[in-house]
Write a new protein. Structure first.
Length: 371
């Protein structure tokens, strides 16, 4: 090989490397522009009982996965802060305690927005969320995880709606009076995979009342029969606030293709969740594995029915998206896979805002009709 030929090959290799580097830089710049432009919403962020007190200041607590600082740094515009109360025996005394614990978490979320009025606002409608976002502030929504907190008293739902709740997860780990769980618990008295055969008679009334109040029916954590029954009964779109799909990795908490199709027919949205044990075997799940679930759901039921959740504070977090400050990495992976801005906007928040608006409209229609 002549010196000229060697030089030409080296130059060509160098130019190819520069072209590849430039392409990568261009892709990242495009992804950052998209991430900054779209309204990003994470639909499941758990909080502690000491939230927004001296024990846990949500502005900047270093070890927390979600803080206002980390949301801002990661371009995460909004989060559903969760009123979660764990299951216990179904007794009148425990129902009262569960309700009190729930109210303490509502108080904590309200306290947060009072502590940081220039940084975050509470949204109870899709329109309010857009207004708060347009004002340059972060947005807090409220979701309730576990219908156990209402016990057998359906009137509690209106109280929780008035406190700002915009979705209710019907069941958590362990069956309750509303329906069967995807993960029964013998320590709570569950005697098998089913207690009600899906949604109970009381649970049917709960779904109807949630529709009337404009609260989204959340079908994460519930058994397949419960999910199918609740989704088919609901007159408003349902949300699976933090679930993944069996088509990529089979898990009791993931949804199969039949469930996805029923969700689509209802007009609902599945919020794929960055919870490692729902994504793949082992503990090394990363953003690519997470987006595999997004890809699958998009291909099965379409871009209008897919969203994003983290379950931060409740066990969520994967390599590359282990706290709110790393939220851009999800957008980067979506751009790498060819998703356009309008599709990313739907996945990151547009679809959730749509079903919130539809739930609001359904509530007005039902109330106008005297329901």
């Amino acid at each position: 090989m002549t010196r000229h030929m060697l030089g030409a090959l080296l130059l060509a290799g160098s130019m190819a490397g520069m072209t590849s580097l430039q392409a990568a830089e261009d892709m990242e710049a495009r992804a950052r522009a998209i991430h900054e432009h779209v309204f990003t919403i994470d639909t499941h962020d758990d909080i502690e009982l000491g939230f927004a007190t001296s024990e846990f200041m949500p502005g900047d607590k270093a070890e927390a996965q979600v803080t206002l600082d980390k949301m801002k740094a990661g371009g995460l515009d909004a989060g559903f802060f969760i009123v979660y109360v764990g299951q216990s025996a179904r007794t009148p005394e425990n129902y009262l305690k569960a309700r009190a614990d729930a109210l303490s978490k509502f108080d904590a979320i309200h306290r947060m927005v009072k502590l940081y009025p220039d940084r975050i606002g509470l949204a109870t409608t899709a329109a309010e969320a857009r207004q708060i976002h347009a004002a340059g502030k972060l947005v807090a929504f409220i979701g309730i995880e576990n219908g156990y907190v209402i016990g057998k008293d359906i009137s509690v739902l209106k109280d929780f709606r008035d406190q700002g709740a915009r979705y209710l997860t019907l069941v958590h780990n362990g069956h309750n009076d509303i329906g069967d769980s995807a993960q029964p618990r013998t320590e709570f008295g569950d005697k098998g995979p089913e207690e009600h055969g899906g949604l109970s008679t009381f649970g049917e009334k709960v779904v109807v009342e949630l529709n009337r109040l404009g609260i989204l029916v959340d079908v994460s954590h519930v058994s397949k029969k419960t999910m199918l029954a609740a989704t088919r009964l609901s007159k408003a779109p349902v949300i699976a606030s933090h679930s993944s799909v069996d088509g990529v990795y089979v898990h009791a908490r993931n949804m199969d293709d039949e469930q996805l199709q029923v969700l689509k027919q209802n007009g609902g949205v599945i919020q794929l969740v960055a919870f490692k044990s729902y994504l793949k075997e082992g503990d090394d799940a990363n953003v690519s594995n997470f987006v595999d679930h997004i890809d699958y759901a998009v291909k099965k039921i379409g871009i209008d029915h897919v969203g994003i959740s983290s379950d931060f504070g409740g066990g969520g977090g994967i390599i590359g998206w282990n706290n709110a400050a790393e939220s851009f990495n999800v957008t980067m992976e979506l751009v790498k896979r060819g998703y356009k801005e309008q599709d990313i906007a739907k996945i990151w928040g547009g679809n959730v805002l749509r079903i919130l608006e539809q739930a609001e409209k359904t509530a007005v229609q039902l109330q106008s009709a005297g329901h």
